[in-house]
Ligand binder design. Structure first.
Ligand code: FAD
Length: 324
């Protein structure tokens, strides 16, 4: 952790809520669905599609999960009503995964079934290592129950990710649909890479493995070496914006995702690179978090990875490098 990171950690308990709110404004669409829809409408012209995420994780009672089931239902209704090219992302612990795995499964199935009936994809966000296996298991169970509109996220910093790619693709074949990212949770060196260079190598290897496995590959990184590697890896396999997915082992086209890959960006981060990729014809997606729990989300993210503070500082000092 750098000096700025340590300083942020020290200051966090005394940082006024409005300061956190001011920082979060760039990365969070707003406190409710209406604000998320407004952001999506205003960014539609940038050639991107969207992922809606209702903020909140690690609930303490199962009653709280009902709120998320209802809110995701509302979000799906809005996506359908507005005809948005959008899907949803869910944090399994917000649906009760750490309290009652079966109940979480039922909650996730409820949401996924509504989405499936409307040809909308559901992504289970990946949280920390305590729930890696159970999150993957839920996706496989949903596919066993006939719901193929669901996939998850793998974190390249984890040593296990290569094995997870093999096992997911052997179970789901071309129906596997994976968002690959570095992983926001700073895991211990017993189970994860901790150095930047190693994490980039692991990310690039994971992207290659997913492409070779025929998986729909959602590349979620703002890091230039990863994006450059991805473009070269796609070209090597004859994939790209001007051609349908040529891979013999890819699954059927679902949810309008014919190219077999997409680039994903967080709201407020490196919009300039995203817009350039979209202009070149690549499918790009913006992850739009919203909800009343923006404060907890922002504090948690800062606590987990204080380096985010550097990104924030940079976007304030040099705003032209990081327009939303
Ligand atoms: P970095 O090296 O961290 O960043 C590269 C550059 O991007 C930085 O130099 C900076 O300029 C810019 N940047 C990166 N992050 C920020 C930021 N927050 N604010 C401003 N600038 C920034 N992680 C999970 O563990 N589970 C998930 O389910 C998950 N879902 C994600 C979904 C999407 C769409 C994206 C884009 C990321 C997701 N992540 C998830 C986070 C991811 O794992 C990384 O922590 C995050 O993307 C930073 O890694 P990076 O590859 O962008 O590279």
């Amino acid at each position: 952790m750098g000096t700025l990171g340590r300083l942020v950690m020290l200051m966090m308990p005394i940082t006024p809520r409005f300061v956190v709110g001011w920082v979060a404004k760039r990365y969070v669409a707003g406190p409710d669905l209406e604000s998320a829809l407004r952001v999506m409408r205003s960014m539609k012209s940038q050639g991107a599609c969207f992922t809606l995420d209702v903020l909140g994780e690690e609930i303490t009672s199962l009653e709280e999960a009902n709120f998320f089931v209802k809110e995701y239902h509302r979000a799906l209704d809005a996506i359908i009503a507005e005809g948005m090219d959008a899907n949803i992302s869910i944090k399994p612990t917000a649906l009760g995964l750490l309290i009652d795995e079966n109940q979480a499964l039922e909650n996730i199935e409820k949401i996924t079934r509504i989405a499936s009936n409307n040809n909308i994809f559901v992504r289970l966000d990946m949280e920390d290592h305590r729930v890696t296996q159970s999150t993957i298991d839920i996706v496989i169970e949903m596919h066993n129950r006939g719901l193929t509109n669901i996939g998850t996220v793998l974190q390249s910093r984890l040593f296990r990710t290569g094995d997870d790619i093999s096992s997911l693709s052997s179970k789901l074949g071309g129906y596997s649909d994976v968002r690959i990212c570095k992983g926001i949770y700073l895991e211990s060196e017993d189970i994860a890479h901790t150095k930047y260079d190693d994490i980039v190598i692991a990310t690039n290897n994971a992207i290659d493995d997913l492409l070779d496995a025929g998986a729909y590959t959602a590349i979620a990184s703002h890091d230039i070496p990863v994006i450059d590697h991805s473009i070269a890896a796609l070209e090597d396999r004859g994939m790209g914006p001007t051609t349908d997915d040529p891979r013999g082992n890819a699954g059927p086209v679902r949810n309008g995702k014919g190219l077999g890959y997409e680039f994903q960006f967080l709201l407020g981060v490196r919009g300039n690179i995203r817009r350039k990729l979209a202009k070149e014809g690549h499918r790009t997606r913006i992850y739009i978090p919203y909800g009343s729990r923006w404060y907890e989300y922002s504090m948690r993210r800062l606590r987990e990875n204080p380096d985010v503070a550097w990104h924030v500082a940079k976007s304030i000092i040099m705003p032209w490098t990081n327009r939303r």
